[in-house]
Design a binder for this molecule. Structure first.
Ligand SMILES: Cc1cc2nc3c(=O)[nH]c(=O)nc-3n(C[C@H](O)[C@H](O)[C@H](O)COP(=O)(O)OP(=O)(O)OC[C@H]3O[C@@H](n4cnc5c(N)ncnc54)[C@H](O)[C@@H]3O)c2cc1C
Length: 477
């Protein structure tokens, strides 16, 4: 008897950044022959590329994202460490928020800090090593059409691919709403919350007496913040951020002034000890934007949307890659069982959208609070705002249950219901009628970073080894 193998199902993914690569891994593991179409020529080494203009900016991969990528691409965590990624527990990272310094603790989660181009390079190597995945570079998809139950993709007049399943992972610049309209289908309206956050980033090299990153969050009253992260090769990524008219500029000199003016100088102090490795790069496309794909009755069979193409976040919360990875985790079994129907497609797409619920709530509620503190709020918003504020204030005051809950929500390790766990409820109820505990002190390690400490260290060595990188008059701090 001759046994014929069932025809292999095919998937085409538009875009070979994180959402596309991870969706391709998921589809391949779900039994599909996958083709990635990418408009860029991809670098053979880890370096920024035009298709992802945010590539030079600091990126954090949350713990949930690390777990999700490891589950899709076993061994990637080892790759990141072998390539020089810097592991640390985010609870140990000096962090100044609305309520003061968080006490340093081991109750949060580990991350591996690495530059975005290197992370993408390592993930790409793992994905392209999968037998069922091929990539076609320098193919810019300009339109899609349907032929029976198949999708066809066009680069203007040229047919570039034909497939059973089409996954759009083309990021914020996705043209899908336009393509759906061309097909006579409903193009759902995007929800947008834009806090007009601007990023400026610069790479540095050198050593400082601290092994984690450090962050000063912008707040409703202080609309600028700064972040520094250690990455591979002894390099550091320094990021300045500000809302609206407080957005940082691309001038190297202004970057320095900006960092100095942030309400705590920790990031300026660290940068001052390092050597810049290039110019400042800015990025201002940071609006939260979510499109409710899959909600219309005419959503077509075999079409899925993931990553920033479906939901992009204000990047300050570091959620985008983790959301893309969590969506890929969901896609893997869903595609393996996929029956090809429009009904199942819609159901899967709605589940992909549900992955964005928690991070969307985190980033849009925070952004609204910061940019529009006087907005009239519903009673539910007022109550949850009060509860969250109280929990974060207690966390800053050292309450263990609140620190744990805050870390779990921040790393997307659970649902917002964690903020209402019995331990948190006990802490909040117990704090009523009492003054809030004072926040943690400024972490001691930061005293070693001030210009005064720098001068002292240099004096002890008997010679000033080099002028401060920023060439300005050192303050008397
Ligand atoms: C300043 C900044 C900082 C950020 N920091 C963090 C962070 O700390 N942590 C975090 O998790 N996330 C962060 N993000 C978000 C993160 O960059 C994205 O969520 C992540 O890259 C996943 O995006 P994506 O793959 O959906 O889209 P993208 O990364 O934008 O990639 C889209 C891909 O599709 C390709 N493409 C586009 N159109 C076409 C076409 N027509 N045909 C073929 N190919 C096409 C592009 O070339 C690109 O390769 C940050 C974003 C910004 C802007």
């Amino acid at each position: 008897m001759i046994v014929t193998a069932p025809p292999t199902r095919t998937a085409v993914v538009i875009g070979a950044s994180f959402a596309g690569l991870l969706a391709a891994a998921a589809a391949a593991r779900g039994g599909y022959q996958v083709t990635l179409l990418e408009r860029d020529r991809l670098p053979t080494v880890a370096e920024p590329r035009p298709g992802v203009p945010q590539g030079t900016q600091a990126h954090i991969l949350l713990h949930r994202g690390l777990l999700a990528i490891e589950s899709l691409l076993p061994g990637i965590e080892r790759d990141l460490l072998d390539a020089g990624g810097v592991p640390f527990n985010t609870g140990q990272m000096p962090s100044l928020g609305d309520y003061g310094w968080m006490p340093q603790n081991d109750l949060a989660y580990d991350i591996i800090s690495i530059s975005r181009p290197l992370l993408e390079h390592l993930v790409r190597q793992r994905v392209l090593a999968l037998d069922q995945v091929t990539i076609r570079e320098e193919v810019k998809v300009a339109g899609v059409s349907r032929e029976g139950r198949h999708w066809q993709l066009h680069d203007h007049d040229r047919l570039v691919a034909r497939t059973d399943v089409l996954i759009d992972a083309s990021g914020r610049s996705s043209r899908l709403p336009h393509w759906l309209a061309e097909l006579g289908l409903t193009a759902p309206e995007a929800a947008v919350v834009d806090s007009r956050l601007g990023y400026a980033g610069r790479r540095y090299r050198g050593t400082v007496p601290i092994h984690t990153g450090a962050v000063v969050f912008a707040t409703a009253t202080e609309q600028t913040g700064a972040l520094v992260l250690p990455i591979e090769n002894g390099d550091w990524l320094v990021c300045a951020a500000g809302y609206g008219e407080h957005r940082p500029d691309r001038e190297n000199e202004e970057f320095e002034t900006f960092l100095d003016a942030v309400r705590d100088p920790v990031v300026a102090d660290i940068a001052r000890r390092l050597e810049p490795q290039g110019d400042v790069a800015i990025h201002r496309q940071t609006a939260n934007r979510r499109i409710p794909y899959g909600s219309s009755r005419d959503w077509p069979a075999g079409l899925f949307v993931v990553g920033d193409a479906m939901c992009a976040f204000n990047p300050v919360y570091g959620q985008g890659i983790t959301v893309a990875a969590s969506q890929a985790q969901l896609l893997r079994p869903a595609l393996a069982r996929f029956d090809g129907s429009a009904r199942t497609t819609r159901r899967i797409q709605r589940r992909l959208a549900a992955v964005t619920n928690l991070p969307w709530a985190v980033s849009t509620s925070e952004d609204t609070r910061i940019v529009d503190p006087n907005r009239r709020r519903t009673p539910v918003e007022l109550a949850t705002g009060w509860w969250t504020g109280r929990m974060v204030a207690l966390a800053a005051g050292g309450d263990t249950a609140s620190i744990r809950a805050f870390a779990r929500v921040y790393h997307l390790m659970g649902t917002p219901l964690l903020m209402f766990s019995p331990a948190v409820v006990r802490s909040i109820v117990g704090s009523l009628g009492r003054p809030l505990p004072p926040p943690g002190p400024r972490p001691e390690v930061l005293a070693e970073l001030t210009p005064a400490a720098l001068r002292q260290a240099q004096g002890a060595q008997g010679a000033v080894q080099r002028a401060p990188a920023f060439g300005r008059t050192p303050s008397t701090r």
